[in-house]
Design a protein around this ligand. Sequence first.
Ligand code: ZN
Ligand code: ZN
Length: 310
Amino acid sequence: MADDPMQSAPPAPKTAVGTRRPFYLGYDSLLTAGFQLGSPFVLVWILSWYLGVGREPGGLFGEHNFPPTLLLLIPTIACLVGIYRLSDQARSTVLDSPCPCCGALHRRTFGALSKPSDDAVACGECAAYLRIRGLEVSEESPAGMHGYELWPQRYLPRARRSPDGEHMLFEMPPMCATCGAAEAPQLREIEEWGARTAAATSGGILGVVADEVASEAFGNARYRAAQRRSVATAPTAEALHDKALSALTVPVCAQHTEEADPWDAPCQYRCGRILWRSYRYYKAFLALNQIWEGRPPANTPPPAPDPRSS
Ligand SMILES: [Zn+2]
Ligand SMILES: [Zn+2]
């Protein structure tokens, strides 16, 4: 590149350099770590049991052996799911690094490259999503289309309410919420995060099945507990946030209406979180609504409880 004093090139993205850690330090829960790391050992034990019993008179399907033969199929499937997840975790990159946007030091797990939906990771302090090249951490590109979550702690202080108090209102950046086109005359409704997104973004049938089984077992335990509570008792704050978000609409171009592009919702909600498909739109939404993007100020109060949740 010639030395050109003109500022024609966009500013280089800020980067930070991290220190790589072993993959097993990247687990955020002991339960998940135990499930994944224990799966190969349990599977070996089950297979050796099958081999041993298979050599006995009557074999696996003998009168006394048939029930345990059948029952052990359940942990066998669970172990295969655990090994599938473990292989993902083992191929991920666990980095200790500052965030290039806010400087917050964190350990972050950058997903396996076989799952592009995994590889932009939330800073954990500021609103930025991060990506790595080798040990270099930089902010997600504005062109990123991998799903970016906005938590109630960030958006609640800036949410306005509809006159009847039922719904939250926000300013929406005047461009297509999927591709960023300036011409975005139509409105598309927010969707509840659902199975069709999981099927569309996961790799292959095995991935879909394994993701579903694993999230049944562990990943969504909190979500399911919240759902059960909301059925059993009064609705939770998360369920009330979801209800208040459910009337949001975003502008889209003719190519990204629900009819033209039904599989890739630009904006979804779940457990009180707003999930954006486009990083460009996510950042524009934060800026337009003056939603706090940086580290939480000291002594940040917890999000105000919904007046109707009590
Ligand atoms: Zn940050
Ligand atoms: Zn568009």
